[in-house]
Write a protein that binds this ligand. Structure first.
Ligand code: EPU
Length: 431
């Protein structure tokens, strides 16, 4: 087990290449189960969530290669093997195996998903969708059992706008008999990306990216080649790092429209952000940063996944900032760690309230989830002295070579193996 060390104070300068989107990747890979010939996906991020999904596809009989960011799968020999335990429990997105296996085999057994601990993360809307399509769904000893004699189209209104439920219902519905309509669907770019892959495979989907998605079931889906979209959250994380400590940071391979809410917020705070065709250029202005209020919302609102990284930056803004997370009310586990580093911040209900600016000092801190890890890296870049981050496995789940990318633009960041007693303590805290 490694820990990540950062010596703060370096100014970032240069170009960072953004990888493929994690939250697309974890849905695109299960989607390939539905094809009856090989599928190639280009530019997949090399992160542990992707590697676990490759392993799961192999477990059910797929032939998978993942080299140089290109993923090739032959799904022909896959079988409806139950996956109640093991790797499925290690990632949240294993729930997409439910929709994909239900769509292909009309049955699936999938252990209840793990992933980041952000408070309660129900999947009732996914289940409501599967049931509407004709599946019988039961929860037996921590695994979800799905069975259907046949799947038929249905009209499904989501009570909560959910990325996962929207994609999962699409996966199960593309091969159902007749028309499915998903109302109050989520509109995130990752949903459009999954719909694009499925369409290239032969599915008939209209309206992805709007709140009504119409799917006409087909009997067969075939292989294809697909290029994943860039990761807007990784891009956003580097934009925040740029606003915190860069003279000029060029973030390459971005769809600027996907990061618009962050671009607007960073300009409001006082950072210099220039937008090109597929690049964003960010630098810390010489003026003091201004405080801001931020509320996370479903797309195209401010993304919950960037709330934690932005909090670190706002410790350096003058005055009081309030960050409210309306999606995950308990996504504040980074706050105690930022306080250890000297931030003046408290949590009240679904909001973090910051007073700034406060100088940050390097400290030993724990990444409790993926984006908490990103927020601590940004805090470490701004802090005086050395910050030691444990819980790096959370960061490795979703950021492709973040240490190397930061080193490439001048950050003083490195990994060291944990000492035995640190590793023991870390395992104890994870239990
Ligand atoms: N919700 C329900 N019932 C459901 C599904 C969701 O009540 O059946 C609630 C959730 O509890 C939450 C809200 O609806 O309050 C939104 O959840 P959503 O389903 O949209 O989230 P998700 O699909 O579980 C994905 C990303 C998250 C990201 C959210 C919001 C993946 C694998 N995960 O989660 O990404 O925060 O959408 O955009 O795509 C991350 O990347 O760090 C991460 C956690």
């Amino acid at each position: 087990m490694d820990k990540l060390l950062i010596e703060g104070g370096s100014r970032l300068q240069g170009t960072v290449q953004i990888s493929g989107a994690k939250n697309s990747a974890v849905a695109l890979i299960p989607a390939t189960i539905l094809a009856d010939s090989p599928v190639t996906i280009d530019q997949l991020p090399n992160i542990s969530d992707v590697r676990i999904l490759c392993k799961l596809l192999r477990e059910i009989g797929g032939t998978v290669s993942f080299e140089e960011h290109t993923f090739v799968v032959d799904p022909r020999n896959m079988v409806d093997m139950p996956l109640p335990n093991g790797s499925v429990k290690r990632l949240r997105a294993s729930y997409y195996l439910m929709g994909a296996m239900l769509g292909r085999f009309h049955k699936a057994v999938i252990g209840l998903p793990g992933g980041c601990n952000l408070g309660p993360r129900p999947i009732d809307q996914h289940i409501k969708g599967f049931e509407a399509l004709g599946a019988k769904v039961t929860n037996e000893r921590g695994a979800i059992y799905l069975r259907a004699n046949s799947l038929h189209g249905a009209r499904i209104y989501l009570d909560v706008v959910s990325v996962g439920a929207t994609i999962n219902i699409m996966l199960a519905a593309v091969k159902a008999e007749g028309q499915t309509i998903i109302e109050n669907a989520a509109k995130e770019p990752e949903i459009i990306d999954v719909a694009t892959l499925l369409t290239s495979m032969g599915a008939k989907i209209k309206g992805a990216g709007t709140d009504v998605i119409r799917i006409e079931g087909v009997h067969e889906l075939h292989g294809c080649r697909h290029m994943i979209i860039p990761d807007r959250i990784e891009a956003g994380t580097f934009m925040v790092a740029g606003a915190a400590v860069s003279d000029n940071l060029l973030i390459d391979n971005v769809i600027p429209q996907h990061v618009e809410p962050l671009t607007a917020k960073l300009r409001e705070i006082g950072a210099d952000v220039q937008v090109g065709e597929d690049q964003v250029f960010v630098s810390r202005s010489r003026m003091p940063l201004k405080s801001a209020d931020v509320k996370t919302l479903v797309y195209p609102g401010f993304p919950t996944d960037l709330q934690q990284p932005l909090t670190s930056l706002l410790t350096q803004a003058e005055g009081t900032s309030i960050i409210t997370d309306t999606i995950y009310g308990a996504r504040f586990k980074h706050i105690d760690e930022l306080r250890r580093m000297g931030a003046d911040v408290k949590v009240e209900g679904r909001s973090a309230i910051l007073s700034g600016p406060t100088p940050l000092e390097g400290a030993k801190v724990r990444a409790t989830d993926l984006r908490a890890g990103a927020s601590l890296i940004i805090a470490g870049l701004m802090a005086r002295g050395i910050t030691e981050i444990v819980g790096v496995e959370h960061i490795d789940r979703g950021y492709d070579h973040i240490m190397e990318k930061l080193q490439g633009v001048g950050a003083n960041i490195w990994r060291e193996p944990m000492r035995d007693e640190e590793a023991r303590e870390s395992l104890k805290e994870q239990e």
